[in-house]
Design a protein around this ligand. Structure first.
Ligand code: ZN
Length: 134
C-alpha cells in the first residue's frame, strides 16, 4: 500500500460541513459526486498529498445513514492507495482479512474500490483504492 489516499468522514449535511472543513483546512472543495449504488453523496478537499472525503447519506437505508445512526458524525473509514487492487484483495484474503467486496467496484473520484470489514481490522473500516486509468 502506498499512502493514505483519503480519510472518509460521515456527516449529516454535506453543505454545512463543507463550510466547516473549507474554513478549517483553508482549501476549497474540488469535487462533489453522488454514488447512487452506495446511497451516498461525497465531497473532496485536498490536504497536501491526501484528501478529506465528506460523506452524506442519500437514502435512509444506506451504509452512511446506518453509521450516523449508530455512531454519529465522525471518521468513517481510512482509504489506502494501491497500485493493483485485485492483487491486494487476494493478498489480504490470503492473510485472513474479511473483505466486504471480493472484487473491485466503482467508487467516487475515478477510483476502483474495495472495503475490508472492520471486524478483521480491529475496528477500522478500511478502503482500498486504485486510480482508474483513463
Ligand atoms: Zn472513501
Amino acid at each position: 500500500m502506498n499512502k493514505i489516499e483519503h480519510l472518509g468522514i460521515a456527516v449529516k449535511n454535506i453543505e454545512a460541513s463543507l463550510l466547516v472543513y473549507e474554513k478549517l483546512l483553508n482549501q476549497k472543495c474540488y469535487k462533489t459526486e453522488e454514488v447512487e449504488s452506495e446511497g451516498v453523496k461525497t465531497a473532496f478537499i485536498q490536504v497536501g498529498e491526501t484528501k478529506i472525503e465528506l460523506l452524506e447519506a442519500t437514502k435512509p437505508d444506506s451504509p452512511i445513514a446506518k453509521f450516523l445512526e449508530k455512531k454519529g458524525q465522525g471518521i468513517h473509514h481510512i482509504a489506502f492507495d494501491v497500485n493493483d487492487i485485485e492483487a491486494e484483495i487476494s493478498r489480504l484474503t490470503n492473510e485472513g482479512f474479511e473483505l466486504i467486496h471480493q472484487s473491485p467496484k466503482d467508487g467516487a473520484d475515478n477510483k476502483l474500490i474495495a472495503f475490508l470489514h472492520p471486524k478483521s481490522t480491529d475496528g477500522i473500516l478500511v478502503e482500498l483504492c486504485q486510480e482508474k486509468s483513463v
